[in-house]
Design a protein around this ligand. Structure first.
Ligand code: FAD
Length: 372
C-alpha cells in the first residue's frame, strides 16, 4: 500500500497557488470522505497554521461559492476545531503542556516507542504513513489519531514526548491543535481514550491486514498488555537549526511589522510601508523544536510572499534594543505575550471567544452566527 511519490501531498509556496488550492476544496465531498486516507481533505493546514491564511478567509471563500452552511457543516466544524483549540490555548496558557482535565493513566514511560519513530509498528498502513510523513511533513488526521492511540494507549507513553515528535516533523505544527488532540486521544483532555482496531484501520486506509496486534475486538483493548515490539522506548533529542543571524537594514522612519512562526500573513498591513521582520527566537524553538523541513518551509513561504522581509534570529527584546525599534506591530498569539508594541487582533471565524470546556458548547454558539 506504499503511496507512489506522485500521490504524496506537496505544498506550494506562492499565495496564488495557495488560493487556487482553497478554490479547489470540495466541501461536500469532504463531509463524506474526510476520514478516509484518500478522502477529499483540503491540505490547507500548513498555510492556516503558519498564519498565511486564516480560518475566516477559508470560510468566506467557501461560502462565497454559494454553499449553504447546512450542506458543508462538517467542513466548517473542522475549521472551528482549529479556532477552538487556539482559544483553549489563550485561556489556559502553559497549562496545556500538562494533562489538562484528567491525569493520563496508565503511564509506563515518558518517552516514545522506537517502533513509531522507526516506522516499525507492524501495522502496514501506519508504517507507510510514518515513512511518508518524514518525506512530506504531512499526516492525515485519522493517521494522527491512530499513531497517538498506539503511542499513548498501547505503548502507554505519556502523550507529551510523542506529541513533540509529531509537532517537530509537521509543516502544520500548531501546538494547540497538537497538544490538545494528543491529550484528547490519551484521555487527558477527554472522558474516554481513543482506540482503533485493525478492521477500522483497514476500512479507512484501504488495507486488508489480518493478525496484527490490533486485530482484536474492542472489548479486549482494556486488558491488552503492551505489545513486546512497542516496549523499547527512547527519549527524544529534538533540536531546531536556525539560520545564521544577519544584520538587518532598518529604516527608522518606518514602523516595524513582526512576523513569526505563527504569523506569515502576506495581506497583513500589506499596503503600509514598513520594516518587515520574520522573528525566529531561539527560546521559542528550544521549547517547541521543529525540523529543518519546517524551518525551510517558513523561510521560503515568507520570502516568496512578503516583499522585503528580513530574517532576524534572536530574541524580541534584543531586536528592539539593538535596532532601537519604536513603532512595533505584531499579531496576537499566546506565544507573543512577552512582545511589546501594538498588538493587533487576528481573524477568527466567529465572534465567540473565551474558554468553553467542550467543543460542542463552543460550536453551539458558533452555529448561531451562521445563516442556515
Ligand atoms: C494527534 C493529533 C495531532 C494534531 N496536530 C496538529 C497540528 O500540529 N497542527 C494542525 O494544524 N492540526 C493538527 N491536528 C488536527 C488535524 O489532524 C489537522 O489539522 C488536519 O489533519 C490537517 O489536514 P487538512 O488541512 O487536510 O485538514 P482538513 O481535514 O481539510 O480540514 C480543514 C482545516 O480544518 C482544521 N482542522 C481539521 N481537522 C482538525 C482537527 N481535528 N483539529 C483542529 N483543526 C482541524 C485545519 O486547520 C485544517 O486545515 C492534529 C490532530 C491529531 C489527532
Amino acid at each position: 500500500m506504499e503511496l507512489f511519490e506522485e500521490e504524496l501531498p506537496i505544498f506550494p509556496l506562492s499565495y496564488a497557488e495557495i488560493m487556487q488550492r482553497l478554490r479547489r476544496v470540495d466541501p461536500i465531498k469532504y463531509g463524506a470522505t474526510r476520514n478516509y486516507l484518500n478522502g477529499a481533505v483540503s491540505y490547507l493546514s500548513p498555510y492556516i497554521s503558519r498564519g498565511v491564511i486564516s480560518t475566516k478567509l477559508v470560510l468566506a471563500e467557501i461560502l462565497g461559492r454559494g454553499f449553504k452552511p447546512a450542506q458543508i457543516e462538517k467542513f466548517i466544524q473542522e475549521l472551528a476545531w482549529r479556532d477552538y483549540w487556539q482559544l483553549v490555548w489563550i485561556a489556559k496558557g502553559d497549562a496545556i503542556n500538562q494533562d489538562l482535565k484528567h491525569q493520563q493513566k496508565p503511564i509506563s514511560n515518558r518517552q516514545i516507542s522506537n517502533a513509531i519513530v522507526d516506522a516499525k509498528t507492524g501495522i502496514i498502513a501506519i508504517d507507510t504513513a510514518i515513512r511518508n510523513f518524514y518525506k512530506t511533513g504531512y499526516l492525515h488526521n485519522h493517521m494522527r489519531m491512530y499513531i497517538a492511540a498506539i503511542a499513548c494507549n498501547m505503548s502507554q507513553s505519556h502523550w507529551k514526548v510523542p506529541a513533540q515528535w509529531m509537532y517537530f516533523h509537521l509543516l502544520d505544527a500548531d501546538w494547540a491543535s497538537n497538544a490538545l488532540s494528543w491529550q484528547w486521544v490519551a484521555g487527558a483532555n477527554s472522558n474516554k481514550k481513543y482506540v482503533a482496531n485493525q478492521d477500522n484501520i483497514n476500512k479507512y486506509c484501504g488495507t486488508n491486514q489480518k493478525k496484527s496486534f490490533l486485530d482484536i475486538p474492542y472489548e479486549q483493548f482494556a486488558s491488552l498488555d503492551i505489545p513486546e515490539h512497542l516496549k523499547e522506548t527512547s527519549p527524544l533529542n529534538l533540536q531546531t537549526v536556525l539560520p545564521k543571524p544577519e544584520a538587518l537594514r532598518i529604516d527608522k522612519n518606518l514602523p516595524s511589522h513582526i512576523y513569526n512562526f505563527y504569523n506569515v500573513d502576506p495581506l497583513w498591513k500589506k499596503d503600509t510601508p514598513a520594516n518587515r521582520i520574520l522573528l525566529l527566537e531561539p527560546s521559542h524553538f528550544k521549547q517547541y523544536p521543529v525540523s529543518q523541513k519546517s524551518i525551510d518551509f517558513i523561510l521560503s513561504i515568507s520570502k516568496v510572499n512578503i516583499e522585503n522581509i528580513q530574517i532576524y534570529v534572536g530574541e524580541f527584546e534584543t531586536l528592539v534594543a539593538d535596532y532601537e525599534l519604536l513603532n512595533v506591530f505584531y499579531k496576537e498569539h499566546p506565544l507573543n505575550n512577552h512582545y511589546s508594541g501594538i498588538k493587533e487582533e487576528r481573524d477568527w471565524m466567529f465572534e465567540v471567544k473565551g474558554y468553553y470546556p467542550s467543543f460542542y458548547s463552543f460550536w453551539k454558539k458558533c452555529k448561531k452566527q451562521l445563516r442556515y
